[in-house]
Design a protein around this ligand. Sequence first.
Ligand code: HEC
Length: 207
Amino acid sequence: MAKGDTAEQQEFFEKRVRPLLVRHCYECHSGASNEVKGGLRLDSRQAAQQGGDSGPAVVPGKAAESLLLSAVRHEGLEMPPGRKLSEPEIQSLTEWIESGAFDPRDHPPEAGEVASETFEALYQDRRQWWSLQPIKSSEPPLLDSSPLLNSIDRFIVAKLREKHLELAPPADAVSPRLLCGHGVASDGIATGAVLGRSRFRILGASD
Ligand code: HEC
């Protein structure tokens, strides 16, 4: 991200940083917290830079000195407690601080505003769920090999390759029956048949 471009920094903050702080940190580090933890508030620029009991949490331009980053990387502190942000989220915070920690939050929000910000962050987050995406018709990805794959398999194989994985080798004639048999024994006939068939397909057997 360009250091001097305010519009870009503002967009980055609003899209990547604010929702993350609201969603994962405000519960314990804002005016809306029952008790502000570690003496640290992360709901205004000044509070975040001033930091809590252990000193500055955000040092603009200095990732290595920013306690917030070591905390989310679980080096020493483990924030948020009991779970870890995803790598892309940690990367966003790192990029934000390294590029000068642009932060338009002059004042901490009122408690009511925090509630609506939290809701907004959750709402934006959930809008990304696959189940809420509009239905669209997609062509199955073209793959350079495996002419036997049906169109559903092609979607699966394309995603597997994105993650540097390959399809399991084709099943021999016996395995699908074994899978079916297992399904029938433990789950009843209906589930067994479905399980058997779907495994059968994923294994890539052609008969
Ligand atoms: C469920 C409550 C909770 C949440 C959510 C939470 N924290 Fe904390 N945080 C704490 C507690 C409690 C402390 C005090 C140190 C301790 O007991 O581990 C603390 C301390 C800190 C400190 C050190 C403050 C100081 O100066 O001593 C930092 C930095 C910090 N948290 C960052 C974060 C960040 C960033 C997030 C969000 C990604 C976050 N925390 C989310 C509970 C929380």
